[in-house]
Design a protein around this ligand. Structure first.
Ligand SMILES: Nc1ncnc2c1ncn2[C@@H]1O[C@H](COP(=O)(O)OP(=O)(O)OP(=O)(O)O)[C@@H](O)[C@H]1O
Length: 310
């Protein structure tokens, strides 16, 4: 276990933003913190990083109590904040050098580390460019270069893809996988479930300052009772089909949405077969059909009754 958090509480005056969070993170994993805006992800991350004082609870990193060994622990930790952590008026190379120096690197070791961080983030060719002239994607990559120059063992990333185009986002997600393959443990917050599904092994889902579910993506999906969701278009008689479908074994709900039947199936391997057999027996003809498997959004919806991005 590289990080162990027990009973973490963080209050802002009377408001409890993190309310008794327990987390255990294994060395070498990409661990996701998923939750809607305001769930307490950033606050959790900032307390783990020692940037905010905790009101209660303990944090251990590398087996050591953070409150007693903060200085030593911080040398092996990197942080990519949601906001840009570089000077807009400095060049990329000057920014990364600045961060390298803050972590105690000097001389050739510093130069080599700066080059490696800029090469890794694809910014070496633009190293003399001034940060404020960079595109959103390049700025996000520069933020990462500043955070990894000292080669941390644990990297915290707080929504590092906010406000960038899909190509830059994929580029960043790919580089996270490479850093992880090279041995870095990564803690990643986002409110995009697709990002968690793309890179994380395990995820903690947060809502109102609490962890409401924790496990691998498969474990979380297996833990809910919701099955597949079917969108079905019939050639005719859509209205009468609703009651037939609703009465079919294995169907939880059926709604007619502008001529398309939105059907929620039970978590049962046979529910689709039974439904299709019933429709054919009743002489309904199918025009089109798409099926959506349960995902982390479904897990969140079942646990909280609301959507991740409401
Ligand atoms: N400095 C602060 N003072 C008072 N309240 C705060 C402060 N920072 C955060 N909060 C509140 O604490 C709660 C948790 O915020 P936090 O930023 O940790 O959530 P989050 O899950 O990271 O959300 P987001 O995805 O929007 O960053 C929110 O209700 C927020 O308004």
């Amino acid at each position: 276990m590289i990080i162990e958090v027990t009973g973490l509480v963080k209050k802002y005056k009377d408001y409890t933003a993190v309310n008794g969070v327990d987390l255990s993170i294994n060395e070498g994993e990409i661990f996701g913190l998923l939750g809607p805006n305001g769930a307490g992800k950033s606050t959790t991350m900032n307390t783990l990083l020692g940037l905010l004082r905790v009101n209660d609870g303990t944090v251990k990193m590398f087996g050591k109590d953070f409150s007693k060994h903060a200085r030593e622990i911080k040398r092996s930790v990197g942080y990519v904040p949601q906001d840009y952590a570089f000077f807009e008026t400095l060049s990329a190379i000057d920014n990364v050098t600045y961060w390298g120096k803050l972590y105690g690197l000097r001389g050739e070791k510093l130069d080599k580390a700066v080059q490696e961080a800029l090469e890794f983030t694809g910014l070496w060719d633009r190293r003399n460019g001034i940060a404020k002239t960079f595109s959103g994607g390049m700025k996000r990559r520069l933020n990462i270069a500043c955070a990894i120059v000292h080669k941390p063992r644990i990297l915290f990333m707080d929504e590092p893809t906010v406000g960038i185009d899909p190509q830059s986002r994929n580029n960043i997600l790919e580089s996270i996988k490479i850093m992880n393959q090279n041995g870095m443990t990564i803690i990643y917050t986002t409110h995009y479930m697709e990002e968690i599904e793309a890179i994380c092994e395990r995820v903690a889902i947060m809502d109102f300052g609490k962890v409401i579910a924790l496990g691998s993506i498969e474990e979380l999906i297996d833990s809910i009772s919701t099955g597949n969701r079917l969108s079905l278009e019939l050639i005719s008689n859509t209205e009468t089909a609703v009651s037939v479908i609703e009465k079919t074994d294995g169907v939880n709900a059926c709604n007619n949405i502008n001529g398309v039947l939105d059907i929620h199936l039970e978590k049962n391997e046979r529910s689709l077969t039974v439904l299709l057999e019933n429709l054919i027996q009743n002489e309904y003809e199918i025009k089109s059909m798409t099926m959506e498997k349960p995902n982390l959004e479904t897990v969140f919806l079942q646990l909280t009754g609301k959507k991740l991005r409401d």
